[in-house]
Write a protein of this length. Structure first.
Length: 66
C-alpha cells in the first residue's frame, strides 16, 4: 500500500500573531475579524482563533464518529 502524502492547505486568511495582538483586540475588532488567527509565543503555535460561524461550519463537515 502506498503511503498517503498530505499536502498542506495554505489559507491566505490565516495570520500568525503574538499574544500581545490578542490582548489588543476588543469586542468590535473580534466581531469584524475576517481572518483566522494562529496565536503564538516565541514562534510556537498555542491556539487558533476563528469566527464562531466558521467553527460551526467545520463541525458540520466532520464525519460522525461512532
Amino acid at each position: 500500500m502506498a503511503k498517503q502524502v498530505s499536502i498542506p492547505y495554505l489559507d491566505p486568511n490565516v495570520q500568525h500573531v503574538g499574544i500581545s495582538k490578542l490582548r489588543a483586540l476588543n469586542v468590535a475588532q473580534l466581531r469584524a475579524l475576517d481572518k483566522t488567527l494562529v496565536i503564538q509565543d516565541n514562534d510556537k503555535p498555542l491556539a487558533v482563533l476563528l469566527k464562531y460561524e466558521h467553527f460551526l461550519a467545520m463541525q458540520e463537515k466532520m464525519p460522525d464518529e461512532e
